[in-house]
Ligand binder design. Structure first.
Ligand code: FES
Ligand SMILES: [Fe+2]
Length: 350
């Protein structure tokens, strides 16, 4: 269909929006929980360098600021002893609460010897950290919901891929409302597209066909749910080698700094009991490959786009402004979040 074209008028000047001045409040996935051991790992996240390790006694994962305030060594290169992180430079020891509990050569530990620590949560096989610029404890009602399927034994474990993107992470969240990109970017035909905001949750329901992820016979339905600013899971039904498949996708991100973020892209698949374990594993591997191929199509766009704070939208676009408003709640003090941003609201685009 060709729309009537009107005579040219003044060009629309893109206003970029100012960059956020802080990182979103909420739970962010760093990696699969099974990837953490008593050997510390380094993460660049929220404009900080972090050291993450599993306690040798309590078996729990702890995340601390990596730079030692004594003389600046990177403690993600250190060791773990009695659940504490030992600095590789002068062996000061820091507990999971960030408080220095041992200096091998001092009579007294300085009062100032405290470093930052992040609240952590192991859930659904994933390691979450809570970021809060106000420094408050995690909001109980925003705890990521338990995925019973992960614990049922009937599903494969997550296959996990880390994808870095050179942009501010707010660009990713637009995607929830962006119905019009599914055709040109993913070659999928959308038949139904509904967005729901509800508190700290944002839900996208979609029905359509997908050239890569299904064979056209069964169609594809997806329900994508953001719980907080950064943790999104999708349940997807489709087909592979002519067999129906159900998968959970994880698209969770954490900001490295204002111009870069890492996506943790995970896939778990419901095993087909008629097939041997090796074939099920092969299927999830294949599906992961295909979904990454599909996902990479977005990445190419994100790596090269600019922020348009005042987008020129048309009547067929999804509710871009609604998702952006909803997302803004995570960038203001918890007490300042207006009721309008969290009240349940449904938008039917198609
Ligand atoms: S720099 Fe860490 S103990 Fe000295
Ligand atoms: Fe996309």
């Amino acid at each position: 269909m060709n729309q009537p074209v009107r005579a040219p008028r003044q060009p629309h000047i893109i206003v970029a929006d100012t960059m956020p001045t802080r990182y979103a409040r909420g739970w962010h996935v760093l990696d699969k929980a099974s990837e953490f051991t008593t050997t510390p790992r380094m993460f660049e996240a929220f404009g900080r360098r972090l050291a993450a390790y599993r306690g040798d006694v309590d078996g729990k994962i702890h995340v601390l600021d990596a730079y030692c305030p004594h003389m600046g060594a990177d403690m993600s290169k250190g060791t773990v002893q009695n659940d504490s992180l030992v600095c590789p430079f002068h062996a000061w020891r820091w507990g999971p609460d960030g408080v220095c509990n041992h200096i091998p050569y001092a009579k007294r530990i300085p009062d100032k010897a405290v470093i930052g620590s992040l609240p952590v949560l192991e859930e659904n096989g994933l390691l979450f950290v809570w970021n809060d610029p106000e420094g408050n404890a995690p909001i109980e009602s925003q705890r990521p919901s338990r995925m019973q399927d992960y614990f049922s034994g009937e599903w494969t474990d997550w296959t996990m891929t880390q994808v870095p993107i050179d942009s501010n992470c707010r660009e990713l969240v637009d995607n929830m409302a962006d119905m019009a990109h599914f055709g040109p970017v993913h070659y999928s035909k959308v038949k139904r597209f509904v967005n729901i905001q509800d508190g700290h949750r944002y839900i996208q329901e979609m029905e359509g066909g997908h050239e890569i992820l299904e064979d056209g016979a069964t169609g594809m339905t997806t329900t994508a749910i953001y719980e907080g600013p950064a943790y999104m899971t999708t349940t997807m039904t489709g087909s592979l080698y002519g067999r129906p498949v159900t998968v959970h996708l994880l698209v969770s991100h954490y900001p490295v700094h204002m111009d870069r973020f890492i996506i943790n892209f995970g896939v778990m698949m419901k095993k087909d009991p008629e097939l041997p374990e090796a074939v099920n594993q092969d299927m999830v591997g294949k599906y992961t490959e295909m979904s990454i191929a599909s996902f990479i199509q977005d990445v190419e766009i994100w790596n090269n786009k600019v922020r348009v704070g005042n987008p020129v939208l048309c009547d067929g676009d999804g509710p871009i402004n609604m998702v952006r408003k909803w997302y803004s709640q995570f960038y203001m003090d918890a007490a300042d979040v207006p009721a309008d941003l969290v009240k349940r609201k449904t938008h039917v685009t198609l």
